[in-house]
Design a protein around this ligand. Structure first.
Ligand SMILES: [Fe+2]
Ligand SMILES: [Fe+2]
Length: 456
């Protein structure tokens, strides 16, 4: 069954269910508005149950979501109800086939009960007492458990993306058709992961292994680009298309000999000229596919052109670049210079941003670069830093209004002891940070023998 049809049925149900909860908050159970809306909701459920045995509705950051993807299109209609459910610590509601009108009404009354104010646990217990098995309410995990779950998810998506990139590259190298279904699955996973928790995703992008640059680079550029684009784009389909394009942006490198790609020394003029062909080679590969999104072709050809068009390939007419090419351009360079390669060491994130700042207006679009810095902070999520107190911390979340003072997790105290219970503090918050802690420098994790992934 087409996923788009399923999603449409779920959206109709969510809209009706939200309306039912709104009406029930205003009128008693037997009021004609409530009765009519109960019928509408059941009709929508019946349609959905024709193809699904159960519907899991997630509540993510104050929004309804299905299969991990927020239902952006109906956000404005159902947002208040989603927030009300979130305030009851509900993480997920499962509706199962066989749900009777009476049981749906009872559940809605439980949710609307202004005296008992039942939370997720209370609701599930009441459902049990009423022998209602066709509705299950799952409570939100506590923060610690939730972080662990998201990181596991993030790791899974990241690992899946690396494997998919290997498959994509080997297919092209063997002259086979691009496995577009694989690309699209990864693109969708990355988009929904960022919708759930962009900080964990950004941290993963910062902590990739150094061995598989070709594959980690595409994944990182996709993560960074989608995270940056979500600040200006709400359309999930466009975000998916951007993720796909970012995954494929360097596909032209499959046509460049490995001895040039991995050469430890500076490329000679002939080799450099060949290397500069990878954007157009990539666009050609993508054009040759039976079905290919125009955006992927545009981004593959434009990602090295630079904001002022002084990059490569040089174009004759000075048409402006596609705005999403400008986003990929920033993320591509950031990942390239913060990665260790056979021919160069990596730049620490703060030095990389300082270096890139000098190229604003020439290499990089000023408006997107500003948002990029606000998103990453000077010390992006996942960086290991040493504080002025001699403590070590992992940066967790950037603060757009205080770029030098992110939220951090202190993992090693001033005496060098690993903390059993790391301390989460916001360096920009004077109450939490009442001892004037600040960041002195970024530290390479291997120099003190820790893996930041264990602490995110
Ligand atoms: Fe490239
Ligand atoms: Fe690249």
């Amino acid at each position: 069954m087409d996923q788009a049809i399923i999603k449409q049925l779920v959206k109709v149900f969510v809209k009706n269910f939200s309306l039912l909860l709104t009406e029930s908050g205003l009128y008693p159970p037997h009021h004609p508005n409530v009765v009519a809306q109960t019928h509408q909701t059941l009709a929508a459920l019946k349609e959905a149950f024709n193809i699904l045995p159960e519907i899991y509705l997630d509540i993510l950051e104050g929004q309804f979501a299905y299969e991990g993807i927020p239902l952006y299109e109906i956000k404005h209609i159902v947002e208040k109800v989603a927030q009300m459910l979130e305030s009851k610590a509900i993480k997920c509601i499962c509706f199962k086939i066989g749900l009777s009108p009476q049981n749906l009404s009872l559940f809605v009354q439980m949710l609307s009960d202004k005296i008992k104010h039942l939370n997720a646990e209370g609701l599930q217990s009441e459902l049990g007492k009423a022998n209602i098995a066709s509705i299950i309410v799952e409570k939100k995990r506590d923060k610690k458990e939730d972080n662990k779950h998201t990181l596991l998810e993030a790791n899974k998506v990241y690992g899946g993306s690396i494997e998919a990139n290997k498959l994509i590259y080997s297919a092209i190298q063997a002259g086979k058709v691009l496995p577009l279904d694989v690309v699209d699955k990864v693109a969708q996973d990355i988009t929904s992961l960022i919708a759930q928790d962009s900080c964990s995703s950004l941290a993963l992008a910062a902590l990739r292994s150094y061995d598989e640059y070709t594959f980690t680079h595409s994944t990182n550029v996709a993560i960074l680009s989608v995270a940056l684009a979500t600040t200006v784009i709400e359309d999930p389909l466009l975000l998916n298309r951007l993720a796909r394009a970012a995954i494929l942006h360097d596909i032209g490198k499959t046509k460049i000999p490995l001895k040039i790609l991995n050469k430890p020394d500076k490329l000679n003029p002939d080799e450099w000229q060949l290397m500069q062909q990878h954007p157009l080679l990539g666009a050609q590969i993508l054009e040759q596919q039976a079905t290919m999104d125009e955006l992927s072709i545009i981004i593959a050809s434009q990602h090295h052109m630079k904001y002022d068009l002084s990059g490569y390939p040089r174009i004759q007419h000075l048409a402006p670049l596609h705005p999403l090419s400008l986003i990929v351009n920033i993320c591509d360079i950031y990942d390239a210079i913060t990665s260790r390669r056979p021919y160069k060491n990596s730049l620490p994130c703060d030095k990389a941003l300082a270096f890139m700042m000098r190229l604003i207006g020439c290499d990089f679009d000023p408006a997107f670069f500003k948002i990029f810095v606000q998103m990453m902070g000077v010390y992006p999520p996942g960086s290991l830093v040493r504080l002025n107190t001699r403590e070590f911390a992992i940066t967790k979340r950037a603060r757009p209004t205080a770029l030098l003072l992110p939220q951090v997790k202190i993992i090693i105290d001033a005496s060098g002891q690993l903390l059993a219970d790391p301390l989460l503090i916001d360096l920009s918050d004077n109450e939490q940070n009442n001892t004037g802690r600040n960041i002195e420098e970024v530290v390479e994790p291997s120099t003190i023998g820790i893996d930041p992934l264990d602490f995110i």
